[in-house]
Design a protein around this ligand. Structure first.
Ligand SMILES: [Fe+2]
Ligand SMILES: [Fe+2]
Length: 365
C-alpha cells in the first residue's frame, strides 16, 4: 500500500463547474414514479465483492466471443477468419480491455454526475433517486476496474468521451446533466452492455454485465420519467437548447472522426500483428455480403436504435433537430442505415422497449 498523501499522482487538476445547490423543504412524495424507482433501487442493491464469483479464471478462448462493438461485425470478414487463433484471442482481449476501460471511465463520470444531481435537482424524489444511482455507479466503477485488471490493463480515456463527461459535469443546468448522462451516455452504454452481455460466452463478464445492465435500465428510466415531466414546462428556446445539447453529446460520442478512438484501435491491431490495410480491404470488399442478412438491410446503431427514440419519448425530437440527427447519421453510416431523407429516418425509428430491464437481458426483442 502506498503512503497516504493529499495529492495523488493519478488525479487530474480540478474542473470548475457551474452547478447550483438547491434545498427542498417539501419531503412528501410528489412524483410517484420516481419515488417507486427509488424504492426499487434500494431493494436491488448488490455487493460487488460478495455477489460476484471473482475466483473464476477468464478463459480467453471463450472471451474471444465478446463482440468488439464496431459498426460492422469485423469477425465475419475473410481476413479475420484467416488470422491464427492466438492472434484473434489477443486482439479480442486487448480491444475489449480498451472498450471496457471506456465503460469504466464513463462510470466514473456517471458517479460524479449522479452525485451532482442529488444537489442540483429541485424535487425530493429526484434527489432520493439520484442518491441510489450514486451508490450504483460507485459499484460499477469498482467491478469494471476489477475485471479489466484481471483481463489485461486499464487503458486511458478517449478524448471524445472525456469531452462529453466534462461538458455534462460543467454545465449549471441540471436538465442538461440528465439529458447528457441519463439519456445519451447511459443510453449508449445500455445498448453496448446489452450486446456484449448477450453475445459473450465468458461467464464472469456476463454476470457483471447482467448486474450492471439491470441498474443502468433504472438510470435510463429515471432520465425518461423525470425529463418527460419537465419538457412541457419549458419555453421554446429552453427546449431547443436541451435538444442541441443531446445532439452534441451524441455526435461527439459516435462521430467516426472523433479523435482518439480510431487511432487507439489501430494501434492495438498493430500491437498484435494485424495489418490494418488488409483488414480494411477485406471489410470494404465484403461489406455487402456481411450486411445482407441484417434486417431490412439496416443495422440501427445505439443512437438511432435507442438514444433518439428516448429523446422522442421525452419530447426532445423536433423536426429541426431530427434533420440534424439524420444528416450526421447519414454522413457517418450512409443512407442505407439512416434513410434517404428525414421522413424515412423517422419512419424507421423503433419504439422504446416496453420493459427496458427485460429488453437489456435479451428477454424481449
Ligand atoms: Fe453505471
Ligand atoms: Fe448509470
Amino acid at each position: 500500500m502506498n503512503e497516504f498523501t493529499l495529492q495523488t499522482p493519478t488525479q487530474e487538476a480540478g474542473l470548475a463547474t457551474a452547478m447550483e445547490v438547491v434545498y427542498q423543504w417539501n419531503y412528501d412524495a410528489e412524483v410517484e414514479e420516481l419515488r417507486n424507482l427509488y424504492v426499487k433501487a434500494a431493494e436491488a442493491q448488490w455487493i460487488g465483492g460478495r455477489d460476484i464469483e471473482w475466483e473464476r479464471p477468464i478463459d480467453l478462448l471463450k472471451f474471444s466471443t465478446t463482440p468488439l462493438g464496431a459498426g460492422i461485425p469485423m469477425e465475419k470478414t475473410s481476413y479475420w477468419r484467416s488470422l491464427p487463433q492466438d492472434t484473434v484471442v489477443e486482439l479480442t482481449r486487448r480491444t475489449a480491455a480498451f472498450r471496457l476501460s471506456q465503460f469504466l471511465h464513463g462510470e466514473q463520470g456517471a458517479l460524479m454526475v449522479a452525485a451532482q444531481l442529488v444537489n442540483a435537482v429541485p424535487h425530493t424524489d429526484a434527489k432520493f433517486y439520484a442518491a441510489t444511482q450514486t451508490m450504483d455507479e460507485a459499484r460499477h466503477v469498482e467491478v469494471f476496474a476489477r475485471y479489466i485488471e484481471k483481463l489485461d490493463e486499464i487503458r486511458p480515456i478517449a478524448p471524445s468521451l472525456k469531452g462529453i463527461l466534462d461538458q455534462t459535469l460543467e454545465t449549471g443546468d441540471w436538465m442538461k446533466k440528465l439529458v447528457g448522462m441519463q439519456i445519451v451516455v447511459e443510453g449508449l452504454a445500455l445498448y453496448a452492455f446489452r450486446e456484449m452481455r448477450n453475445l459473450t460466452a465468458e461467464p464472469l463478464l456476463k454476470d457483471i454485465l447482467t448486474y450492471v445492465a439491470r441498474d443502468e435500465s433504472r438510470h435510463h428510466a429515471y432520465g425518461v420519467q423525470y425529463i418527460e415531466r419537465c419538457v412541457p414546462c419549458l419555453g421554446e428556446r429552453e427546449r431547443a437548447e436541451l435538444e442541441d445539447f443531446a445532439l452534441e453529446c451524441a455526435r461527439s460520442l459516435i462521430d467516426r472522426n472523433a479523435q482518439g478512438f480510431f487511432t487507439t484501435l489501430l494501434g492495438i491491431w498493430q500491437e498484435v500483428g494485424v495489418d490494418p490495410v488488409a483488414m480494411f480491404n477485406s471489410l470494404h470488399n465484403e461489406r455487402d455480403e456481411i450486411t445482407r442478412d441484417l434486417p431490412r438491410g439496416r443495422r440501427l446503431g445505439p443512437v438511432q436504435g435507442f438514444v433518439i427514440p428516448t429523446l422522442r419519448r421525452c419530447g426532445l425530437l423536433s423536426e429541426r433537430v431530427a434533420a440534424h440527427f439524420h444528416e450526421f447519421l447519414r454522413d457517418n453510416f450512409g443512407s442505407r442505415v439512416a434513410g434517404d431523407n428525414v421522413q424515412e429516418f423517422l419512419q424507421y425509428l423503433p419504439e422504446l422497449p416496453a420493459d427496458t430491464a427485460k429488453w437489456v437481458l435479451g428477454e424481449l426483442q
